[in-house]
Design a binder for this molecule. Structure first.
Ligand code: SF4
Length: 382
C-alpha cells in the first residue's frame, strides 16, 4: 500500500508571539475547541474513503499549540484516525507543544492514546530573549514540560530553538544549545528568525535590536558544529537528529511524498493534486468547503519543487531518483546552472547526486532562486 502522512492543524495558542505568522488564535474558549475537534473528526471521516489504498505512517498535530486542547479532544482525534484509516503499527505520531501546556496527566493520556513523539517550542533559555519574542514561558516551564513528557514515557522528543532573536549574541545562542543538549534530545530544530509581513515584528523591524549579519552567520555555523559534536547530525538546513530520529513526517514534505492537511490554513499533496485551505476557522467549524486552491502541478513545477525541497536535505538530490520520477537526467537539466556553484564551493557532487556544502546551505535560497524556474504554472482547478 502507498504511504500517507496526516497533518492536523490546531489553530489555538495561549497568546500570540510577536514574530508569528502561523494561523492561530489566542485563548480559545472550551466551546470553540470542542466544536473544532468535532469539525476535524467530520473532515477526517470525509477523506477516509479516498485513502483506502494508503497506509498512514505519520500523523502530525501542529499549530498553533495542539497541547492547548484538553487531552480528551486529542484522544478523540487520534482514535478517529485509528478508526477511519489504516495506520501503520509503527507510525510516527507527533504533537507540537509549548512549555506550560500539556502537563504530566495530559502527556500520560496522550502516550496511552498512541502519540509517540513530542516537539517542544523552547526557542531560548534566556528570559530577556523569550520576552523579546513575546513568549510567555520560562526555561523552568520548559524543564517541567520536558520532565513530564519523559515521565509519561516519551523518548522521542524534539526541541525548537531559534537564532537571530533580538538581543541574542553568539555566546547566548551557544548557552541555549548547551543547556538543551545537556538533556540529550533525540532531535533539535534550529530555525533562524524571519521577520514576516503582517506580524508585530514587521511593524517595528527598523528598531528591533536584531543580531547583525556577522553574528547571525556565526550562530548558524557555531550551531551546526556544536550540535554535531553532541551527536545530532544535520539532515536538513534547520534540523538535527540522532541517527534514526529524523522527523519522518517532515521528511515527507522534503521528499515530495503524499500528505493530507486538515483544518484551516492546511495544505495537502495527494494523488497528484495540491489542495490549500483558506484561513477561515468559523467556516470550517460550520462545515463549509474552505478549500481555496485545487491544482494539478505541471511536470516542470513538480521538478522545480522536488529540487527545491530535496536540496534542503543534507543528502541533496539523488540523481537516480530524479531520473526515475521525471524521465530525464538531473545533470542535463541542472548541471550547467550548478557548475559555477560547484566551482565556488557552494554545491558538491555526492556519490548519488548533488548537495549543498555547509556554505551553500547558508545561502541556499539565493542559489535556488537562481537555478530554478518559478514561472512554471499549475493547472488551476477552482
Ligand atoms: S506558540 Fe507558536 S504558533 Fe503560537 S503564537 Fe507562538 S509561534 Fe505562533
Amino acid at each position: 500500500m502507498k504511504k500517507l502522512g496526516l497533518y492536523l492543524h490546531i489553530p489555538f495558542c495561549k497568546s500570540k508571539c510577536l514574530y508569528c505568522d502561523f494561523y492561530s488564535f489566542p485563548l480559545p474558549t472550551e466551546e470553540i475547541m470542542r466544536r473544532y475537534t468535532d469539525a476535524l473528526c467530520r473532515d477526517l471521516a470525509a477523506w477516509a474513503n479516498r485513502c483506502r489504498d494508503y497506509t498512514v505512517d505519520t500523523v502530525y498535530f501542529g499549530g498553533g499549540t495542539p497541547t492547548i486542547l484538553p487531552p480528551a479532544y486529542l484522544e478523540q482525534l487520534l482514535s478517529a484516525i485509528f478508526r477511519l484509516y489504516h495506520v501503520d503499527t509503527s507510525a510516527e505520531i507527533t504533537a507540537e507543544c509549548n512549555p506550560a501546556t500539556g502537563g504530566r496527566d495530559a502527556f500520560l493520556r496522550m502516550r496511552r492514546a498512541g502519540f509517540n513523539r513530542i516537539s517542544i517550542g523552547l526557542q531560548s533559555i534566556h528570559p530577556h530573549e523569550l520576552k523579546s519574542l513575546g513568549r510567555l514561558h520560562t526555561f523552568a516551564d520548559f524543564c517541567r514540560t520536558w520532565e513530564d513528557a519523559c515521565t509519561a514515557g516519551f523518548d522521542n522528543l524534539n526541541v525548537d530553538v531559534m537564532s537571530g532573536i533580538p538581543h541574542q549574541t553568539p555566546e547566548s545562542w551557544l548557552e541555549t544549545l548547551k543547556l538543551v543538549c545537556s538533556l540529550s534530545p533525540a532531535h533539535v530544530s534550529a530555525y533562524g528568525l524571519i521577520v514576516e509581513d503582517g506580524t508585530p515584528f514587521a511593524n517595528r523591524e527598523a528598531t528591533l535590536p536584531l543580531p547583525d549579519e556577522d553574528a547571525t552567520e556565526r550562530m548558524y555555523f557555531d550551531g551546526i558544529r556544536y550540535l554535531k559534536e553532541q551527536g545530532l547530525q544535520q539532515y536538513e538546513i534547520s534540523n538535527f537528529a540522532k541517527s534514526g530520529y529524523e522527523s519522518r513526517h517532515n521528511l515527507k514534505y522534503w521528499n515530495c511524498d503524499e500528505y493530507i492537511g486538515f483544518g484551516p490554513a492546511a495544505y495537502s499533496d495527494f494523488s497528484g493534486m495540491r489542495f490549500g485551505n483558506s484561513c477561515d476557522l468559523g467556516a470550517y467549524i460550520e462545515g463549509s468547503d474552505i478549500c481555496k486552491e485545487r491544482e494539478k502541478p505541471s511536470e516542470r513545477e513538480r521538478e522545480n519543487e522536488y529540487v527545491m525541497l530535496r536540496m534542503r536535505l543534507f543528502d541533496g538530490v539523488n540523481a537516480a531518483d530524479f531520473e526515475m520520477r521525471f524521465g530525464h537526467s538531473f545533470a542535463d537539466s541542472f548541471g550547467g546552472a550548478l557548475a559555477r556553484y560547484i566551482a565556488g564551493g557552494f554545491v558538491q557532487k555526492t556519490p548519488n547526486g548533488y548537495a549543498f556544502t555547509p556554505r551553500g546551505m547558508y545561502v541556499s535560497n539565493a542559489i535556488l532562486s537562481d537555478i530554478l524556474d518559478f514561472s512554471a504554472k499549475s493547472e488551476k482547478n477552482y
